[in-house]
Design a binder for this molecule. Sequence first.
Ligand code: SF4
Length: 304
Amino acid sequence: MLSIEQRFDHSAYVSMTMEFRCNLKCVHCMIEGTMDYLEPQSRQKFDELLAYNREHQKWSGLILTGSEITLHRDLPELAIAAKRSGFKHVRIQSHGMHLGKLEYCTKLIGAGVDEFFISVAAADAESHDSITQVQGSFQKTLQGMENVDRWEHTISITNTVVTKKSYKQLPQVVDALAHLKNLAQMEFWFYWPMSGKDDKSLLVSHLEMLPYLQEAVIKAQALGRRVEIKNFPQCLLGDFKHLLVNGQPQLFIDPVFWREFEKNGFYQCKHRENCQSIECLGLNSAYIERFGWEEEILVPQYNG
Ligand code: SF4
């Protein structure tokens, strides 16, 4: 088993997208327009990855992902095969609803899944369900996380996408999950629309969102959680700038996804040439179109 810090080393993990169906309709979904035609990785590719890793021992952890991986009928078998091939940890990325059924949760954990990356859209049922557009989803997700928490060897990680609909609730998201013992890390992903425009009007300005983010980080850290922030100007994070982690494990996904991803137009900043931040993604096209370049509030970093 890896130490807790190693379990958050993105270079030790590899992701495979095995399922592109989903039964939520999150308003912030970044692949809703592409889900219908993106192809999941085949079982043959999956088996090839296992064989490669058995030989080269490149990664310790496998992440099974897609739109909603628990809709993949063979998920337990995939986890069993991954463990047999030598992966120490198997993580799923999920909305967590199906884990609310204890029998299914037990089956997955028995198959070797020991890490659960769960999307939590907001802090209460009304807000969460209005974002996922499925009534009852918050309760099922919370039940799923509580079920996972019954096993001592599991860890969970949450991901909250920060939009106009969720940003004021970030501290309350931390509170709502405070009772979970195995929640090791909370991630806050500043929304990107996979488009050059904020077509759904979900973006919120950095400075408007920042106090809520800071409060959430302080609360999460007080509970002993690790925190990662994604897609936020590093220079605005002050004492929390080390929490900006935009890196991800190597991802095997339909190449068409990257064509869509490029529409975001990351890495734009008026200070880019003077800034030595290696982690910052700068601004993206939709943000600039909505709020401008904000060069007067952004400050070039001189120490990476
Ligand atoms: S000045 Fe620009 S590139 Fe540098 S940290 Fe700030 S937003 Fe990122």
